[in-house]
Write a protein of this length. Structure first.
Ligand code: NAD
Length: 498
C-alpha cells in the first residue's frame, strides 16, 4: 500500500516546505501505515500564524451578511460530503462508519448554530441613560485563535469551535491530533470551496513543539483545547500565563447510576451502547456502572447477554465496534484489564481473545466487563479510554452520589430510574457538568454549551452555544452623546448620570 504525505494547509493551499520531522498514520483495522504526517517546527507555526493574522484584519470587519453566506455554503458542502469525511475518520480512527457519520452530523449542528451569527452578535442598546446620552455594547473578534484537538472525534471536536470562531470574525489555526489528521484537512478544503477567504482557516500538524509555539505566540489570542487532563491542565496554565484566554477540556470517568426501580432492559441497552460505542474512546463514554443493590446481578446478566451479540471488526464491514486507535493504546488498555484481574475484580466478559473481523495486525480488543470493582482499583481511578466497563455495587442512592462526587472528573453522568423525584434530586446534587436522565450520553445540542466540571475542564467557558460566541469575541461598551450645547462646561468629578 502506498503511503500518502499529509501536510499543513496554509492560506488555502498545501504547505510546500520540507519537514524535518514526520510521524506515521495507521489504519487501525489492518495495522498498516497509510500516511506520513509532517510535524511542524516552531518556525512553521510562526509562518502559519502570520498568514492567519494577516487574513484576520479583513475578515474581522467583513459584513455579517457575507460571513453568514459563507457559513450557509459551508453547511451545504459539509452535508453533501459527510460520507467522504466519515470514511476518512474510519480509515484513521477505526470507529465504525455509522458512528463516524454520527460525529460529522453532530458537528454539522454547530455549523447550523453558527449560521445564526448575525442574531447571536446583537448587542444591547440603552437610550438616554443620561440626558441625550446613549449606551450600547458590541462584541468584536479577537484576531487569531488556536484550536488543539484530540484523536477521538477528529471531525466533531474541531467543529465545536471552528465555525463559531470564524463566524465571530476570527482567523483559525487548528492543530489536529497527529493520530488521525486527514478529516480536518478535508473539512478545511470545504471552507475554501464555500468562499472563505484564504488564510482565515489554516491547519498546522504537529505535536508538543507546535502546541508549545501556539501557546507562546503573541498573535494567538485564544486557545480552545480538548484532550487528556494532564495536557489540558498544562495548556491552560501555559496559555493563561502568556495572557491568552483558554478553554481546556480534559478527560473523564463517566458514571451511570442505576436505581433499583429502573427499567433494567433500558439500562442494559444504554450501558452497552455508551460503554462500548466507539470502543469506549469517547469523552462521554460510560466507564463506571454504579448498580444500586439489589439490581447488580440482574443488570449484569442482561448486559452480558447483549455483549454476546456484539461484533468487533473493521469499521467498514458493518461491525458494532471497531479497533482501538493505535497499537500502543491497545496495549495500554490491555494492561488495565490485567491490572483489574490482578487487583481482584471479577472479569465477567474478557474481550482479549476476540473474534475480530479484521486484519491480523489490527489494534483489537473486544468489549470487556468487570464486576465487583472497588474505588481503589486502577480500572476505576484512571480514565482507560477503551472498551472496558466496570461495575461498582453500592447499597444506596446516597452511596452512589458520594462515589460520583468523590471522583476527580466531572464530565458526564447518567441516572436510570422511574422515580422523577430521585432523578431531580440527582441533577441538583451531582457535581458533573452534563447530566442524563435515562439518557446515557447526554451531549448537549449545539445551542447549549458542552463542558464538564472539576478535572474535565480548565477555564470557565464551555464549548459552543452562546458560551462559544462569548469566548471568541470580546465586549466593548460605547457611551455616546451627540452634542447638545446645554451640556458644555467643566466638571472634574466622576461621571454620573442625570
Ligand atoms: P491528548 O491529550 O493525548 O492529545 C490532545 C492534543 O494535545 C493532541 O492534539 C496532541 O497532539 C496534543 N498533545 C499531546 N501531548 C502533548 C504535550 N505533551 N504537550 C502539548 N500538546 C500535546 O488526548 P488524546 O489521546 O488525543 O484524546 C483523548 C483524550 O481526550 C481523553 O482523555 C478524552 O477524555 C479527552 N477528550 C475530552 C473531551 C471533553 O469534551 N472533555 C472530548 C474529547 C476527548
Amino acid at each position: 500500500m502506498s503511503i500518502e504525505r499529509i501536510t499543513h494547509l496554509v492560506g488555502g493551499s498545501p504547505w510546500t516546505g520540507v519537514s524535518e520531522r514526520t510521524s506515521k498514520v495507521y489504519n487501525p483495522a489492518t495495522g498498516e501505515a497509510t500516511g506520513e504526517l509532517d510535524l511542524a517546527s516552531a518556525a512553521t507555526v510562526d509562518e502559519v500564524v502570520k498568514v492567519a493574522h494577516d487574513a484576520s484584519k479583513a475578515w474581522g470587519t467583513i459584513s455579517l451578511t457575507k460571513r453568514a453566506q459563507v457559513l450557509f455554503a459551508f453547511r451545504e458542502l459539509l452535508n453533501a460530503r459527510k460520507e467522504e469525511i466519515a470514511a476518512l475518520i474510519t480509515a484513521e480512527h477505526g470507529k465504525v462508519l455509522s458512528d463516524a457519520l454520527g460525529e460529522v452530523t453532530r458537528g454539522l449542528e454547530v455549523v447550523e448554530f453558527a449560521c445564526g451569527i448575525p442574531h447571536l452578535l446583537k448587542g444591547g442598546f440603552s437610550e438616554n441613560v443620561s440626558t441625550n446620552v446613549d449606551v450600547y455594547s458590541i462584541r468584536q473578534s479577537l484576531g487569531v485563535v488556536a484550536v488543539i484537538s484530540p484523536f477521538n472525534f477528529p471531525a466533531m471536536v474541531p467543529l465545536w469551535f471552528v465555525p463559531i470562531a470564524i463566524a465571530c470574525g476570527n482567523s483559525v489555526v487548528i492543530k489536529p491530533s497527529e493520530k488521525d489528521p486527514s478529516a480536518v484537512n478535508a473539512v478545511a478544503a470545504l471552507w475554501k470551496e464555500a468562499g472563505l477567504p484564504d488564510g482565515v482557516m489554516n491547519v498546522v500538524h504537529g505535536d508538543k513543539e507546535a502546541v508549545d509555539r501556539l501557546l507562546e505566540h503573541p498573535d494567538v489570542k485564544a486557545v480552545s483545547f480538548v484532550g487528556s487532563t494532564p495536557i489540558a491542565r498544562y495548556v491552560y496554565e501555559a496559555g493563561t500565563r502568556n495572557g491568552k484566554r483558554v478553554q481546556a477540556l480534559g478527560g473523564a470517568k463517566n458514571h451511570m447510576v442505576v436505581l433499583p426501580d429502573a427499567d433494567l432492559d433500558l439500562a442494559a441497552d444504554a450501558a452497552v451502547n455508551a460503554g462500548f460505542g466507539s470502543a469506549g474512546e469517547r469523552c462521554m463514554a460510560i466507564s463506571a456502572l454504579v448498580a444500586v443493590e439489589p439490581v447488580a446481578d440482574d443488570l449484569i446478566a442482561k448486559i452480558r447477554e447483549r455483549m454476546g451479540t456484539l461484533k468487533t471488526g473493521d469499521g467498514t464491514r458493518g461491525s458494532d465496534m471497531g479497533p482501538l486507535v493505535t497499537g500502543p493504546h491497545r496495549d495500554k488498555v490491555v494492561g488495565y484489564v490485567e491490572a483489574g484481574v490482578e487487583a481482584g475484580a471479577e472479569l465477567a466478559v474478557d474481550g482479549r481473545e476476540g473474534p475480530f473481523d479484521g486484519g491480523d495486525d489490527g489494534f483489537w480488543l473486544g468489549p470487556t466487563l468487570f464486576d465487583k470493582v472497588t474505588p481503589d482499583m486502577s480500572i476505576y481511578t484512571d480514565e482507560i479510554f477503551g472498551p472496558v466497563l466496570s461495575v461498582l455495587r453500592v447499597p444506596s442512592y446516597d452511596a452512589a452520589l458520594e462515589l460520583v462526587n468523590s471522583n476527580p472528573y466531572g464530565n458526564g453522568t447518567a441516572i436510570f430510574t422511574n422515580d422523577g423525584g430521585a432523578a431531580r434530586r440527582y441533577q441538583t446534587e451531582v457535581e458533573v457538568g452534563m447530566v442524563g436522565v435515562n439518557v446515557p450520553i447526554p451531549v448537549p445540542m449545539a445551542y447549549y454549551s458542552f463542558g464538564g466540571w472539576k478535572n474535565s475542564l480548565f477555564g470557565d467557558t464551555h464549548a459552543h452555544g452562546t458560551e462559544g460566541v462569548h469566548f471568541f469575541t470580546r465586549g466593548k461598551v460605547i457611551t455616546s452623546r451627540w452634542l447638545d450645547p446645554s451640556h458644555g462646561g467643566l466638571n472634574l468629578g466622576f461621571p454620573t448620570h442625570d
